[in-house]
Design a protein around this ligand. Structure first.
Ligand SMILES: *[C@@H]1O[C@H](CO)[C@@H](O)[C@H](O)[C@H]1NC(C)=O
Ligand SMILES: *[C@@H]1O[C@H](CO)[C@@H](O)[C@H](O)[C@H]1NC(C)=O
Ligand SMILES: [Zn+2]
Length: 297
């Protein structure tokens, strides 16, 4: 998991700019007002193999995918998180675990190792749901992306240039009308931070040492959709191997509205931060389910 080609200078730069772990060029300007116009500034947004898409359980290829392997996902981070409102979303860079390496992912559609780099969210408004992917024709309330970079590439830019450069894990959430706070310790820390992140460039550090796996709650990690697609924000690079969990996690009706109170760079409400659906084209979409039928063997 080491990057031997990363020199001293770059490491110091990373230290000074903790948010360069973002796989998007920092400071890039775009808004969700007119996503259909992104392609005039970022040509790949008008290209093929774009995301998000509608996932149709009746049209998936239900065979042949190995399970995902979640390396170091359940080991505590060695540093506290620093969560930031970057004007498009709330995001944090993934710190190393107590073993010195960041969590990593392999399996599924991935034939290499992918190191977790950053986590961010997409949401709607009080009027509209805001997940990016749809499952069985249904849009959900919130979507979380855990962005990973193929360890065989040396920089984010190089990874964005490759069809196997990036792996994103997507988790969808559905609002539930209960006052009971779900036992999702990692997620509750993130949602609790939102009240401190209202204005552009606000950041906040929760005082808990979390694991990346704690953001998945007790999700069934063995059941997911997988397909080849793109970043859902400019520059829309077709570099992403997507893995979208089939199980939808609960979020309390007290937590979800905290996302709607965030503001962008211009002080406007940051709402409906999802890209419109893109064409599936001729792409294959896979679904992996645990093979219960063969349990008797
Ligand atoms: C990425 O691709 C662009 C366009 O082909 C090229 O100019 C750039 O040098 C590439 N960057 C890396 C790091 O490979
Ligand atoms: C964001 O905040 C940091 C720390 O306060 C500051 O150094 C940086 O210049 C700010 N960035 C922008 C784009 O305002
Ligand atoms: Zn995203």
């Amino acid at each position: 998991m080491h990057f031997p080609a990363i020199g001293d200078f770059y490491q110091r730069l990373l230290f000074l700019l903790p948010f360069s772990a973002n796989l998007l060029p920092e400071g890039l300007r775009f808004s969700y007002d007119e996503p259909q116009k992104w392609q005039y500034s970022y040509p790949q947004c008008g290209g093929s193999e774009q995301s998000p898409i509608a996932l149709n359980p009746h049209k998936v290829i239900p065979i042949g995918l190995p399970p995902l392997y979640f390396g170091l996902y359940d080991e505590p981070f060695d540093e506290l998180l620093s969560i930031r409102n970057n004007g498009h979303t709330v995001e944090f860079g993934v710190p190393p675990t107590v073993f010195g390496e960041r969590p990593y992912l392999t399996g599924g559609l991935l034939s290499d190792f992918y190191e977790a780099m950053a986590v961010h969210f997409h949401w709607g408004s009080s009027q509209s749901k805001g997940s990016e992917h749809l499952i069985n024709g249904r849009r959900y309330d919130l979507e979380m992306h855990i962005v990973h970079r193929n360890t065989k590439y040396q920089s984010d830019e190089e990874a964005r240039n490759q069809t196997d450069g990036i792996a994103v894990l997507a988790v969808l959430f559905k609002v539930v009308k209960t006052d009971y706070l779900y036992y999702q310790p990692g997620l509750n820390e993130i949602f609790g931070s939102l009240l401190h992140l209202g204005e552009f460039n606000n950041s906040y550090t929760p005082a808990a040492f979390l694991t990346l796996g704690s953001l998945l709650g007790n999700l069934d990690r063995g059941n997911f959709y997988a397909y080849k697609g793109s970043l859902t924000t400019p520059p829309c690079s077709p570099a992403v191997l997507w893995h979208v969990f089939a199980e939808v996690l609960p979020i309390s009706h007290r937590e979800l509205p905290k996302f709607w109170q965030l503001r962008d760079r211009l002080g406007r409400p940051l709402l409906n931060t999802f890209r419109p659906l893109q064409s599936v084209e001729a792409r294959q979409v896979f679904q992996r389910r645990p093979i219960v039928e063969y349990a008797w063997l």
